[in-house]
Design a protein. Structure first.
Length: 312
């Protein structure tokens, strides 16, 4: 667990650097992560860190699906961000007037405690939560925060019953259309554990969507090198067998009770993005390792699945 928790720091530092260079705007990441002293190579910002590839494409690709869901539900819905780490999506959605009825984050209690400390001590983070809050007083302790629109919960995703109990205590509404987001999370769980989590979600919410961002095509030599690099840091990809192909990613979702499923690798996502903005970010830093960049992008994917009893 300690090595997995460490990937949160790695991902946050790379995001902070990419934002500082101008790949995308995020005025909130600076309040969670110190600026890295050393420069990251361009292929890191658009390519790979320990658990992510193509941060620019990842952020825009996942954001596109989230906003499509919110627009389709007219924000009369809820989001559950699994393994959220230092993610700033709640604040960014509030700025865009796209907050759902309630936004939940779940992570290891140690990471949650650190995030709550930052929120409590930094007005640019705490003020938007208070502005969106209504009703009774806001509840906050070392491992959880609960307001009317935003909650952070410390829980173990490997126990669906523990997760559900804690979310319900924070006013999870199983009858609302629900979006679950997992970015580089399921791969650190065994196939049985991730299947249990996906089955729980599919059986709990009548109208739901899940977005999963993680590795793919991991059986080739490049994938094996990625695995070996992580193992040197004592970080095991317990669920990597499900990351062998786009088909295996789709099948795991369909096999867990979701009605339909899609998966695309990040090179494909990169090609879908607005080309004017792609040209802008490609001009930010000279990228001389295009082949490495493409290999990295072909080894990560975005998958999404839905279950829809009301034909949204």
């Amino acid at each position: 667990d300690e090595a997995v928790r460490g990937t949160c720091e790695d991902a946050s530092v790379c995001k902070r650097f990419a934002v500082s260079v101008g790949y995308w705007k995020d005025p909130y990441i600076q309040h969670f992560v110190r600026q890295a002293k050393e420069r990251k190579a361009p292929e890191i910002n658009r390519g790979n860190s320990v658990c992510a590839a193509g941060y620019y494409a990842r952020v825009h690709g996942v954001s596109y699906l989230i906003k499509a869901f919110l627009q389709k539900t007219q924000c009369n819905s809820q989001i559950v961000n699994l393994g959220a780490g230092m993610d700033t999506l709640f604040w960014r959605l509030k700025d865009e007037n796209l907050l759902p009825r309630k936004y939940f984050e779940v992570d290891f209690p140690m990471i949650v405690a650190r995030k709550i400390h930052n929120i409590k001590s930094k007005p640019p983070l705490s003020k938007p939560i208070m502005e969106s809050h209504s009703g009774d007083s806001l509840l906050i302790d070392s491992h959880s925060l609960d307001s009317s629109r935003y909650s952070i919960v410390g829980a173990d995703l490997r126990s669906s019953s523990d997760l559900e109990e804690k979310l319900r205590k924070h006013s999870l509404d199983v009858h609302l259309p629900t979006l679950l987001v997992a970015e580089c999370v399921l791969v650190y769980m065994t196939p049985q554990q991730s299947a249990s989590l996906l089955k729980w979600a599919a059986s709990t919410f009548p109208v739901a969507m899940v977005i999963n961002y993680e590795q793919v095509n991991m059986r080739d030599r490049f994938g094996q090198i990625m695995i070996e690099n992580l193992q040197r840091r004592h970080c095991t990809l317990a669920g990597v067998e499900l990351c062998s192909s786009l088909d295996s990613q789709r099948e795991r979702l369909l096999g867990s009770g979701w009605d339909n499923a899609h998966a695309v690798d990040m090179m494909k996502v990169y090609s879908f993005l607005p080309q004017a903005d792609v040209k802008r970010i490609e001009a930010l830093e000279f990228l001389d390792e295009k082949e490495l960049f493409e290999q990295l992008m072909q080894h990560y994917c975005i998958c999404w699945a839905s279950k829809d009893s009301s034909d949204l």
